[in-house]
Design a protein around this ligand. Structure first.
Ligand code: 5AD
Ligand code: SF4
Length: 529
């Protein structure tokens, strides 16, 4: 484990000291050598005078047990430090980051800070970053560029970078050398240290870097400011041990570690008491839930079977890995009730050789077997997936297998991505002979096949009555309300605003590729979810 508290000024001083020492030595040298030394790139000292986060260390998986910490407190002297001040958090990437943002908002609230939804009037700005693809990272660097002006207008502002990008040494180095407007960088394992990190940044006004490259603990009693009071995320596990060859997550999020069932169940009960309508059990690979318990034989199926008995109208889980999706879970999903009939089952590719290169540890045939089992057990299940195109050296024939798999499964929707090499992952070392133009064409063709299927599946809803959890006004038209079915279809319809937060029946009258339109139903009808 590396704990890195870095004060840039201290290192600048060290650098200066080194430079001065060099000058002294140079006094004895001739002018030619002296000029050469003067032109040397001293930025290296910034990189050698602190131990950077290390993807190599983050990859290690030891035998020691996960520590469960329950003693989080905010030190007395920091409890009111934010009174009269505001924070703004911009979240990039997946639901795990949304979850972390809720925790950081909870901590900041307890320090006296209020939330604001614009960066202009914030005293603390945090960018909770995503490292999964290069374009996600570029967005953050772009935003840091914009925030330079905000920082110049308000020198007291604290600007922080956290989330997955902070776990990468190349990112930390780039921020140190190019973005001096940043006041703090902290990692995914350091969120519970936010009060101390802010204190350091406030009082020293130096760039504070605290990134632990470790397997990770579980911190149980962190405060939380949830977004809304209708849908709640409940983390059931952290990290990932799958090490798919293209993916940075196992390096940025640590090892798979499951929360104790009792802690999860208590959290869901609390949400039920507070009137939440939907709970999503969250993890990078939820199907591995419980595999790290040493003295308990208990998996995701067992957990879902207990949680479904809690009085919460909708229960979801994400994200699944096909490899660990077992029969016990399928048996529990088949019980239906409050467990929604939507399963997100990332396939990534339709060709077994590419799946092998991706280290997904299943073949196309295994995946199809699983899909067919799910379809038999949960006949109404809407299936969605993640797909990568343009993995190194993907041939036309291999890509066509992705197309044929998509047609065979008939996904309701999919997230599709062009492969993006991630430094430090095994796939990034693979030579690639597929031009970007070909990758783009493949992505377009895949999306067009997926869209045709989505539209056809949505059209089958016309005339049916569905249950919709009303989430708010449509962004395009405030007279229209919007929400999701259990099967995760977006439904837009006109209805009074007091229904926001309720589950209502809607008759579908219109189907598009990405959403359904309908009319609010008052009388009782046949209902599909
Ligand atoms: N390039 C492109 N897509 C990726 N994903 C993960 N890593 C990469 C990468 N290096 C996709 C996978 C995953 C989703 C969250 O992001 O499809 O399921
Ligand atoms: Fe990444 Fe694979 Fe883990 Fe998903 S299962 S987070 S794709 S390594």
């Amino acid at each position: 484990m590396l704990q890195l508290d870095i004060c840039l000024r201290r290192y600048k001083q060290q650098y200066a000291a080194k430079a001065v020492r060099s000058e002294n030595v140079l006094d004895t040298k001739d002018n030619k050598t002296r000029n050469k030394e003067k032109n040397r790139d001293y930025s290296q000292y910034f990189q050698t005078t602190y131990t950077p986060p290390s993807l190599k260390d983050a990859k290690k998986r030891g035998k020691e047990q996960t520590q469960i910490l329950k003693d989080f407190t905010i030190p007395e002297n920091l409890k009111n430090i934010g009174v009269g001040k505001k924070f703004y958090i911009r979240t990039y990437g997946c639901q795990m980051n949304e979850h972390d943002t809720e925790v950081m908002a909870g901590i900041l609230n307890e320090m006296g800070y209020d939330v604001t939804d614009t960066s202009e009037d914030a005293d603390v700005i945090l960018l909770n970053t995503c490292a999964i693809r290069e374009n996600a990272e570029n967005k953050v660097f772009g935003e840091l560029g914009h925030l330079k002006h905000t920082k110049a207008n308000n020198p007291n502002l604290l600007l922080g970078v956290c989330g997955c990008m902070s776990q990468e040494e190349s990112v930390v180095n780039r921020i140190l050398s190019t973005y001096p407007q940043v006041d703090m960088i902290f990692g995914t394992h350091n969120i519970h240290r936010l009060p101390q990190i802010i204190e350091n940044a406030l009082f020293s006004k130096e760039m504070v870097v605290e990134v632990w490259s470790k397997e990770g603990d579980i911190v149980e009693n962190l405060p939380r400011k949830r977004k809304g009071n209708v849908k709640g995320w409940v983390n059931i596990m952290y990290g990932c041990d799958k090490f798919c060859t293209y993916c940075i997550v196992p390096y940025t999020r640590g090892k798979e570690r499951s929360r104790h069932p009792q802690d999860i169940i208590e959290e869901v009960r609390q949400l039920a008491r507070e009137g939440y309508k939907e709970v999503t059990l969250l993890g990078q690979n939820v199907n591995a839930y419980g595999k790290d318990f040493e003295d308990l034989n208990y998996g995701l199926g067992d957990l879902m079977d207990e949680i479904r008995k809690i009085d919460i109208p909708r229960l979801r889980f994400t994200t699944s890995h096909p490899r660990d999706f077992d029969d016990r879970l399928i048996e529990v999903l088949a019980k239906g009730g409050n467990i929604v009939d939507h399963i997100h089952l990332p396939v990534q590719h339709g060709n077994s050789d590419i799946l092998k290169l991706m280290a997904r540890k299943y073949t196309r045939e295994h995946y199809m077997e699983l899909v067919n089992k799910i379809k038999v057990a949960v006949p109404n299940a809407a299936l969605t997936t993640d797909i990568i195109v343009g993995f190194p050296n993907e041939t036309d024939e291999q890509f066509e297998e992705t197309i044929s798999l998509v047609k065979e499964v008939e996904y309701d929707a999919a997230y599709t991505f062009i492969y993006s090499p991630r430094e430090g992952t095994p796939a990034a070392k693979m030579k690639d002979n597929v031009p970007m133009e070909v990758k783009r064409e493949r992505l377009q063709r895949l999306n067009s096949v997926l869209n045709d299927i989505s539209l056809r599946k949505n059209q089958a809803y016309i005339g049916k009555v569905v249950e919709v959890l009303v989430e708010g006004e449509s962004k395009k038209n405030p007279d229209v309300l919007t929400g999701h079915t259990g099967s995760n279809k977006v439904v837009n319809f006109k209805a009074p605003k007091h229904l926001i937060g309720e589950i209502v029946k809607v008759k579908i009258t219109d189907a598009k590729t990405w959403n359904l339109g309908g009319e609010l139903v008052v009388e009782k009808s046949e209902v599909v979810s």
